[in-house]
Ligand binder design. Structure first.
Ligand SMILES: NC(=O)c1ccc[n+]([C@@H]2O[C@H](COP(=O)([O-])OP(=O)(O)OC[C@H]3O[C@@H](n4cnc5c(N)ncnc54)[C@H](OP(=O)(O)O)[C@@H]3O)[C@@H](O)[C@H]2O)c1
Length: 308
């Protein structure tokens, strides 16, 4: 079976990838081999992607077909705190230097690279960004991801940059996703506050894995966007989850980005949406909108009173 190296296989998206990517043998590369206890240690290589020597020593004797690069420092506020450290900070080292090391590993072996990027490369003023729009990140996370994209595009390797937006729908990883978080809070009768002045093309994780699969099979090169067709505010997102699970919508209070995030609201994109036409035209597939995903989540997590 063909082998793919996957950085960040132990993360939120990587964990689901490991469950759904059946036709390939996946070998994870992460700093911890059993972060969530779901990936067998024999399928993991313990390596820090910021350490080029360690990385190349660990992967040199493995015959692999290419790399899916998911590893990253992804928390917007933590990345921002690290901005002061510039190129010596963890966010830059992992997101940019780490990507340069991954590019080198692909270039030395002539292998394909698939890099997962984000809408945070844009400023969030216009929304429904196309691949041809010019990035202009407003937070350090987006800046480091954009720098990584530029390193990939200026290298000579065959690579696909797949950008997505706030991924949800997988409850088993170590990181709780927004859908599951809202569901759990509402189920336990807690009030929640959800932002009503931000618009997001929330992306169902299983659809994203399907898109990664297609991009990998077709060895797509260049930049592609993959997210839901319509955007929702987190408030609308919470209400759709609540209604779908038969929970009490009155427990969801509306708030604003500014009230919810305080000073750091400026780091959030008001319009966090991507236009996925290019991917849809090529593949004839699209990410489902939330109302079509909710029945799947209800089956997966169970309705209150019958919780799995
Ligand atoms: N989640 C989303 O909504 C979303 C949306 C768009 C794009 N993305 C992109 O998708 C990718 C995966 O996101 P995610 O949410 O799955 O992230 P995540 O849950 O935070 O996982 C990050 C992964 O990176 C690994 N990692 C971090 N530093 C590393 C290092 N120095 N060397 C090796 N591995 C390292 C972590 O493992 P260890 O800590 O064990 O090393 C972990 O497996 C990210 O690049 C992100 O930018 C995510």
């Amino acid at each position: 079976m063909k082998k793919i190296l996957v950085t960040g296989l132990s993360g939120f998206i990587g964990t689901r990838l490991s469950e759904l990517f059946h036709r390939y043998s996946l070998i994870g590369v992460s700093r911890s081999v059993s972060r969530n206890g779901r990936i067998p240690a024999r399928n993991m290589i313990k390596a820090d992607i910021t350490d080029e020597k360690e990385l190349s020593k660990k992967i040199n004797n493995i015959e692999f077909d290419g790399i899916i690069h998911l590893a990253g420092i992804t928390h917007i506020d933590r990345c921002e705190e690290d901005k002061i450290n510039g190129k010596n900070g963890l966010a830059w080292k992992v997101n940019v230097t780490g990507t340069e090391n991954i590019i080198r590993a692909c270039s030395q072996s002539g292998k394909f690279l698939l890099f997962l990027s984000t809408e945070c490369v844009f400023d969030g003023k216009k929304g429904f960004y196309k691949e041809s729009d010019t990035p202009s990140p407003v937070n350090w996370y987006g800046r480091t991801k954009y720098e990584a994209e530029k390193k990939i595009l200026s290298s000579k390797i065959n690579a696909c940059i797949l950008r997505s937006v706030l991924v949800y729908g997988h409850s088993k990883g170590y990181k709780v996703d927004l859908a599951k978080k809202f569901f759990e809070l509402l189920k336990s009768g807690k009030k929640i506050s959800a932002v009503n002045d931000q618009f997001v093309t929330f992306t169902f994780i299983d659809d994203l894995i399907g898109a990664i699969n297609l991009a990998w099979d077709k060895k797509l090169t260049g930049i592609y966007h993959f997210a839901a067709e319509t955007s929702l505010s987190p408030f609308e997102f919470a209400r759709t989850i609540s209604s779908g699970f038969g929970l009490n919508n009155k427990m969801i209070k509306q708030t604003t980005l500014e009230k919810f995030f305080g000073k750091s609201h400026r780091l959030r994109l008001v319009n966090s949406s991507l236009n996925s036409d290019k991917f849809r035209e090529f593949s004839r597939t699209r990410a489902k909108n939330l109302e079509d995903v909710v029945p799947i989540l209800v089956k997966r997590w169970g309705k209150p009173g019958n919780i799995k």
